[in-house]
Design a binder for this molecule. Structure first.
Ligand code: SF4
Ligand code: SF4
Length: 444
């Protein structure tokens, strides 16, 4: 594995220690207030990340079987969620990612003004459907070690033997283009409705990024995929700040955005900068995500240094382990994204609040955060349990009590096709936090 930062780089990012770098070593990148590089970073080997480990059966039989052998009962999930399709050819993400790589146009378009090109590429990405687009200056610590990684597909290219340092010298920019999940549907998290918000927007993101990759190649430049860690590029490019919940929190959409595989490129661009929207200040006080996480995977305590990076460290394994036990009823938990006070509809009062927080002097922010947290708890609830009705889905119905979720379906379902009449506005969200001990080991 490549070691991309030396311990002597601690002077960067606001540390008071003197800069003792070797002259040829680059400064560690500034990633904003929510996450800092404070020590040596070993490039992450994607073969050791959750999905590849699970594919090799290293995370236990329940997760392995869920990942490899579970066909979702929900038709929308079957066409939009990775690995739970009945027929892979009906899962668009798989079809798109498995397509062969396109060629680079040999007639390269010269770029005289990188800032103008940045505006242009952002406009193209937005027109293709991206909700958020930003550019990061590439840094070797953002890159994966070794082989490329694209889930359900391939990202092989001619530069797979290049070191991270060589890659960022040759391809200095990262384009982050992403989609947001529908706010109203996300309220029915831990339900097929929330799954749909998540997976359908994820599928759109895959198509947009593939189209953008092709567009860059048509301009005569390289576009590499499966190379860059999305979260690192997300905070470096100012898409958002890293929250206690391990998600990049955006000023417009909060935590309801994907962090898909970004594009590493040599297209001349102007990099954006990290942002300060107050996530750092909010997370110190709030802890709503940690309080409501059904598996206690989110820390209540301070940040820790993990692989040279100071951040809140979630326990991905306990988060992941929940899935096989709930797959009959939903696929993606999303509780930590939904309850986050930054995740609100994109309306004027939300923009005003984020603007007030981000322009407030830092010493005065704790008082403002306490006031905003009180308002959030009072008006939006400590835990979300809204009832959402959409198509023929209804999150007020206990999972398992409705046999069919397809609007207008007339098929026979062993007498279980009709939903019980439900009253009230509370959604049914399973499992409750206190019920998860039996299958997820927790510290406390
Ligand atoms: S279990 Fe749910 S709330 Fe907890 S970290 Fe995972 S997705 Fe977030
Ligand atoms: S819910 Fe609160 S603590 Fe968690 S990420 Fe959002 S602001 Fe931070």
């Amino acid at each position: 594995m490549a070691l991309t930062l030396d311990k002597t780089l601690e002077a960067a990012n606001g540390n008071a220690k003197p800069d003792r770098r070797a002259p040829d070593l680059p400064l560690p990148p500034y990633l904003g207030r929510s996450v800092r590089i404070v020590g040596p970073v070993v490039n992450v080997d994607m073969n050791q990340s959750p999905h590849p480990k699970n594919q090799r059966g290293e995370l236990g039989k329940p997760l392995f079987n869920w990942y490899r052998n579970t066909v979702s009962k929900d038709p929308l999930t079957r066409v939009s969620a990775p690995n739970h399709f009945a027929d892979r050819k009906q899962f668009l993400t798989s079809v798109v990612n498995r397509d062969n790589k396109g060629k680079i146009n040999p007639k390269r378009m010269p770029v005289a003004d990188p800032a103008a090109m940045t505006r242009h590429i952002k406009a193209v990405a937005r027109y293709m459907g991206a909700d958020v687009v930003a550019v990061a200056q590439a840094h070797s610590s953002f890159l994966y070690a070794g082989s490329r990684y694209v889930q359900d597909g391939t990202a092989e290219d001619a530069y797979q033997t290049s070191s991270p340092a060589d890659l960022v010298r040759k391809f200095p920019y990262v384009i982050v283009a992403t989609t947001a999940w529908d706010y109203d549907k996300l309220q029915a998290h831990r339900h097929h409705i929330g799954d749909s918000a998540y997976h359908v927007s994820q599928m759109k993101g895959v198509v947009i990024l593939k189209a953008l990759e092709g567009y860059i190649k048509e301009l005569g430049y390289t576009a590499l995929r499966g190379v860059v860690t999305p979260q690192a590029a997300g905070v470096a490019s100012g898409v958002g700040e890293l929250g206690r919940n391990g998600l990049v929190i955006n000023k417009t959409f909060g935590a309801r955005i994907h962090m898909p595989d970004p594009i590493l490129t040599d297209l001349p661009l102007a990099a954006d900068q990290p942002v300060d929207i107050g996530v750092e200040d909010f997370c110190k006080i709030c802890r709503k995500c940690a309080n409501t996480c059904p598996t206690n995977s989110i820390p209540f305590g301070d940040k820790v240094v993990h692989n040279g990076i100071e951040k809140y460290k979630i326990n991905w394994l306990t988060c992941y382990k929940l899935r096989p036990y709930v797959s009959d009823h939903w696929g993606s938990c999303l509780t930590c994204a939904t309850v986050c006070p930054f995740t609100k509809p994109n309306v004027w009062w939300r923009s005003l609040t984020v603007s007030a927080l981000s322009t407030c002097p830092i010493p005065a922010r704790p008082a403002l955060v306490r006031a905003l947290k009180w308002i959030d708890d009072r008006f939006w609830g400590v835990a979300r349990n809204n009832r959402v009705r959409w198509l023929s889905y209804d999150s007020g119905i206990k999972p398992g009590e409705q046999a069919c979720t397809v609007a207008g379906c007339t098929a026979s379902h062993d007498g279980k096709a009709h939903s019980p009449q439900m009253v009230g506005d509370a959604g049914y969200y399973a499992p409750l936090k206190e019920n998860t001990n039996r299958f997820v080991k927790r510290d406390a």
